[in-house]
Design a protein around this ligand. Structure first.
Ligand SMILES: [Zn+2]
Length: 109
């Protein structure tokens, strides 16, 4: 009986941990897509003409969605997109790994 309670508690804790990993992965991927969106659209609506093609684009945009011209701070944006992507993949892989580990444990019971 006590052993069963231990298994239930352990399983519950691991499930919570796995869900946290998936939640973090979602957050990282969400931030990554937010950064990509901000890089294209910018964070505000004030517009200026693209230096390269003349299309109206956001002042905050780090590259022109029409011609691909980059404007200065593209590196910090792509770095944070990349970092969020890696963090998301790690969290997702960790969550999936733990999930299979947990399923394996339960199978042996
Ligand atoms: Zn352009």
């Amino acid at each position: 009986m006590e052993e069963k309670i231990g298994i239930i508690v352990g399983t519950t804790l691991q499930s919570v941990f796995i869900l946290t990993m998936f939640y973090m992965a979602t957050r990282f991927f969400g931030r990554m897509f937010g950064n990509i969106y901000a890089a294209i659209k910018g964070n505000n609506t004030s517009l200026e003409s693209c230096r390269s093609c003349g299309h109206k684009i956001s002042k905050e945009a780090v590259f022109c969605p029409y011609c691909g011209q980059t404007f200065g701070n593209i590196n910090s944006f792509s770095t944070s997109i990349f970092a969020n992507f890696i963090a998301g993949v790690v969290a997702l892989a960790g969550g999936i790994g733990l999930l299979f580990y947990l399923l394996d444990l339960l199978k042996d019971q």
